[in-house]
Structures are given as structure tokens and as C-alpha cells.
Design a protein around this ligand. Sequence first.
Ligand SMILES: [Zn+2]
Length: 245
Amino acid sequence: MSRWNILVIPKRLIRYVLFALALIAVLAVYHSYPLGIYTISLVNQEIIYDIMLDPGHGGIDPGAIGAGDIYEKHYVLDIVLQMADVLSSHGLKVGLTRDTDRDVSHLVSEGTRHRRDLLGRFKLMNQAHLGMSVHANATKDQGESGAIVFYMKDQYIDHIYAQIVLEELEKVQVLNEPRPLPRSTLLLPKAKPPVLLVEIGFMSNPTDLQKLGDPMFRTNVAHALCAGILRFMDWRDSEQSEFSH
Ligand SMILES: [Zn+2]
């Protein structure tokens, strides 16, 4: 045994300790990310749908409530069911997070009902190549009105998707925000595929509420959102074929 060996052992030990510390750091970061544990279960999740449509809320959760006890959950479901028809007629495989008046909290076993519902929708979004969550807004300021399109911050593709959908939506509804809004705090846009969250108007604004109550307006919104989705898909296809040349 030489002195050399005595030096080698501590060196190796240090390496083990550093490796263990690095591993602990990585695991700590991974678990502090709120979706960490759910991301693991999504690794092998199959992509089944061309697009997943999510009518917000449902069941026990009415969403925004307009004057006269009018619920967001009913209007957004009506719009999304119409969208599903339009997109299916274009040959797309359409998934829905719900097609009746219920929530999807049964898909996840842990957390509060609200959290389980949101994560259930998130799980379903990850089974598609594209997604859209449709909502109607509400705020204390009755003067606020119009549509807002949210997309995942710093995602180039999502931004293009949002811009195209906003352009189509503007043809049938006044905009609250002239540009799509980047967000990093909303859960559904964090899903693997590009997912937009579209607020189609304010239930708290009398004019918007009146519009939302008109079945023709809801049909127009459904068609506009579909036009945006189809335009974006065309753009994405052309981009992909450019890359393959
Ligand atoms: Zn909502």
C-alpha cells in the first residue's frame, strides 16, 4: 500500500458524494415542478387524436355566472360540440375532455376536486397533436368585454397558432386584447402539444352576455375557431414539408 492509495479513496468518495448531491438536486428540482409526478405517468401516453377540445368547467363547476344565473359551462359546451362536428367533417380525429355537463376530476385520484379536474384535462390534452380550451370570462368591471386568446409563453409555434386563431375570431367577435397574450402560469397550455386557452367574451358584460345567449353567435364563434385551427394545421403541414425537402 502506498500513500497514493490513501489519496485515491477520498477522491472517489468525493466523486460519489458529488454525484449523489447532483442527483438529489435534480430530483428536488423535478419534484418541485408541480407537474413532475404527472409528467412521469404521461411518458408512455399514446397520441390518439388530431385535436383535443376542452369545454371549460362542467358538472358541479358552472364557471363564470352571468346575470340571470347563466352558466359559462353550458355555452362553452355548445360551442365545442359544434366545433367537434365541423372538425370531424374535415376528417380530423377529435377528442373532447367532456361532451356532457360533467367535470373530469374522476381521471385523477389525488388532490382537490378542482386540481383533479384540471389535471384530468391536462392528461387528455397530451393525447392529441393540438388542443384548445374554450372559456367565457367574468370580472367585477362590467365594462370589460371581448375575446382573449392565451398561449404558452416563449413557444414560437403556439404563438403562431394563437395569432391565426385570434385573426379568425376577430371576424365574429370584438377583441379585448389586440394580440394573443403569452402566459406561463396557465396549466393547459403547458401540455405537450400546442394548446390555446380562448376566452370568447365576458359573462359579466351585458353586451357579451347577450351575444353569448344567441345560438347564431355561438355557431359563428365555433366556425371561427375551427377556421383558425384548420389554417394553423395547414401552416404546420407546409412548414413540415419544407423541412423534409
Ligand atoms: Zn372558464
